[in-house]
Design a binder for this molecule. Structure first.
Ligand SMILES: *Cc1c(COP(=O)(O)O)cnc(C)c1O
Length: 404
């Protein structure tokens, strides 16, 4: 194919011309996806090792998820929560059971679920803990990523995410991730919650020091503070368990879920907690037009079923070993450090060789799609349906660009 016949350059130019430049996409225009693979408009095939930032844990167009969506499209897609629909209870019951919690509250995007958790924690603080009006404090970690709303960016420590978007929402205290002493010092009688990612994804797949979250749990329990685990990216099989926090032997008071909960088809997010916490919300106090809609719930029911089998968690654990074993062999050969759990890896490329962005561009040329996080770090997060052979192939491409 000569370049004049290629559709990619024109499609890229069009995409640039008509959109706000809030992303810097790799020069690939995807037309189709299937499992761990995508095909571009010129027929080029790529292994998708970003998997929609873990929204595609079950791969592109998982047959059972697609079938559930199709079936629901032919019945009813939206009712609003003003009425109950016949997929709602199934989804909420299944998800609550998966989380080991009494109640769930479905929303759409991850940021909305985080906002929901913040509102619930504050209200719990006032109505259950007895914090004085307007005084509630929530402790978060430095280098967090919890979404893009004005309140959430208020407690971001990333200047790109935060600068120029003030005035900022008060009521948040930032402590270093993994620093128990700093957390203990930050807790006051007005602290209602600690909100953290069990593994910090956007920060570069940072795994906390062993015992950190056990300590967080202890401090929260001792001080009557809710521990909220943002499992939007780390949860639902990504790390080899249903929830990444399970690796720490810890149960949070509230789970915040999103991304893979929608099976890569529709945006579905939720918070899950016991009645003592989530029960503080009364009619009219919180809501969402699309939250918990029939299409979302029908897909969500199947997502929960897939997770109940344990098959994806097992694959992620087993293949994750294989991925981390082969990545470890690249340390000193273009790679400085590797972190992660299961099918999730943050790989620090030797900055003397190339930036993370350059690594992503060269990998794309070799048919592997990944995304840089900061500086020279790239993240690998293939769909959990990836095969061992595909993992080996992707790591071989990384090896090739680093050792030409
Ligand atoms: C992606 C993400 C969010 C935000 O989810 P959106 O659906 O993009 O709003 C929040 N927290 C974590 C840990 C995430 O990875």
């Amino acid at each position: 194919m000569t370049s004049v016949d290629m559709r990619t350059p024109g499609a890229l130019e069009e995409a640039e011309r008509y959109t706000a430049h809030n992303y810097h996409p790799l020069p690939v225009v995807i037309a189709e996806g299937d499992g761990a693979w995508v095909t571009d408009v010129d027929g080029g095939r790529y292994l998708d090792f970003l998997a929609g930032y873990s929204a595609l844990n079950f791969g592109h167009r998982h047959p059972e998820l697609i079938a559930a969506a199709h079936a629901q499209l032919d019945r009813v897609t939206l009712t609003s929560r003003a009425f109950v629909h016949d997929q709602f209870a199934d989804f909420c019951r299944g998800l609550a059971a998966l989380c080991g919690k009494e109640l769930v509250l479905p929303m759409n995007t991850g940021a909305e679920a985080v906002e929901t958790a913040i509102k619930v924690a504050r209200k719990w603080g006032y109505r259950v803990k007895g914090v004085a009006d307007e005084q509630a404090e929530i402790i978060v970690a430095a280098d967090n990523f919890h979404g893009r709303t004005t309140t959430i960016v208020s407690f971001s420590t990333d200047p790109d995410a935060r600068a120029d978007f003030g005035p900022y929402t008060p009521g948040f205290t930032v402590v270093p991730y993994g620093d128990l002493e700093a957390l203990a010092d930050a807790i006051t009688p007005n602290t209602v919650a600690v909100l953290m990612e069990p593994i910090q994804g956007e920060a570069g797949v940072l795994v906390p020091p062993a015992g950190f979250f056990a300590g967080v749990r202890e401090l929260c329990t001792a001080n009557n503070v809710l521990f909220i685990a943002d499992e939007i990216q780390s949860g639902l099989g990504r790390t080899g368990k249903t929830f990444a926090i399970e690796h720490e032997g810890v149960v949070p008071d509230m789970y915040v879920l999103g991304k893979a909960l929608g099976g890569g088809i529709v945006p579905v997010s939720a918070v899950a907690a016991d009645r003592e916490v989530l029960g503080v919300l009364k009619p009219g106090e919180h809501g969402s037009t699309f939250g918990g809609n029939p299409l979302a719930c029908a897909v969500g029911v199947e997502v929960v079923k897939l997770l109940e089998t344990g098959e994806f968690q097992r694959r992620s654990a087993e293949l994750g070993e294989r991925l981390h074993t082969s990545l470890a062999k690249l340390i000193g050969r273009g790679v400085v450090a590797v972190r992660g759990r299961g099918l999730w890896a943050g790989v620090d490329i030797d900055p003397a060789l190339m930036t993370g962005r350059e690594a992503c561009e060269r990998l794309a040329e070799r048919g592997v799609l990944v995304k840089d996080t900061h500086g020279s770090t790239i993240r690998l997060a293939p769909p959990l349906v990836v095969t061992g052979g595909e993992l080996d192939h992707a790591v071989a491409q990384l090896e090739a660009i680093l050792n030409p």
